[in-house]
Design a protein around this ligand. Structure first.
Ligand code: MN
Length: 259
């Protein structure tokens, strides 16, 4: 049975009946990184220096050294990232079972709402309305929030920071609880710099997509793109972070298989 499934998949990939959509942003020195209040340590962006490039340091080969914070660009958040997940088993990148890095995608289109209101928050009611149209979210799914935020060009528009902090869409605490405990999702994925709304420091609890998701052993995906190319259901997401020992997160090449 499994052999037939995989043979059909290979054929579908070859014929184009199943497409591979890249949900990953390019990773480079211009990749925006989340900004924290100055009392906290900040995470460095991406930088790279050449080790050798077909020169006297290495006449036939080209390679670089890279330097970056774990949570840079399109990346995966592990449960250990938040203090609520600090004591859970298998909470670091090297311990998460590989089987949890693949799951069906449920994509909720919030692009119009996020354009009208940069602080738009997805609620339980929004998710229930989506389910009425598309069916119940299966356990072990990625819940992906499409906002078209990845189409914002440049750091300023992407981070959208004003005098009172960042303004970007996210989830209500009640919605995160619902997704975690009543739908058993793998985690949430967003197009913004982090899984929580820009104003989520003031929520109860603060940063619910971190606090509640990671506190219950679930994951996050941030800075995704091309969510507008996914159907509401039917795609499979492969989100594979680096297997960093004790790692709290890592840039990931996030791919979707789309019928
Ligand atoms: Mn992160």
């Amino acid at each position: 049975m499994s052999n037939a499934v995989l043979s059909q998949l290979v054929e579908a990939l070859r014929s184009g009946a199943v497409r591979v959509v890249d949900l990953t942003q390019p990773l480079g020195p211009d990749t925006p990184v989340i900004e924290l209040p100055p009392i906290f340590a900040s995470s460095p962006g991406f930088s790279m220096e050449v080790i050798s490039r077909y020169d006297d340091k290495g006449p036939a080969w080209y390679w670089n050294t890279i330097h970056l914070g774990e949570h840079t660009g399109t990346h995966f958040d592990a449960p250990v990232h938040w203090i609520t997940g600090a004591q859970l088993p298998d909470n670091t990148l090297d311990k998460i079972p590989a089987s949890k890095l693949i799951g069906p995608a449920c994509v909720i289109d919030c692009s119009k709402e996020a354009e009208a209101d940069n602080d738009f928050l997805l609620t339980r009611e929004h998710v229930l309305a989506w389910e009425a149209a598309h069916g119940r979210i299966p356990p072990g799914s990625w819940l992906l929030m499409r906002t078209d935020w990845s189409k914002r060009k440049g750091r300023e528009a992407f981070l959208n920071i004003r005098a009172d902090g960042a303004h970007s869409p996210g989830f209500t605490p009640d919605c995160v609880r619902f997704l975690a405990f009543e739908r058993d999702v793998l985690g949430v994925g967003v197009e913004c710099v982090g899984t929580d709304a820009g104003q989520a420091a003031s929520f109860d609890p603060p940063f619910p997509a971190h606090n509640i998701m990671h506190g219950s052993g679930r994951f996050g995906l941030a800075s995704l793109t091309n969510l507008d190319q996914l159907p509401p259901t039917g795609a499979i997401v492969i989100a594979a972070p680096l297997k960093i020992v004790e790692g709290s997160g890592s840039p990931a090449r996030v791919l979707a298989l789309v019928p």
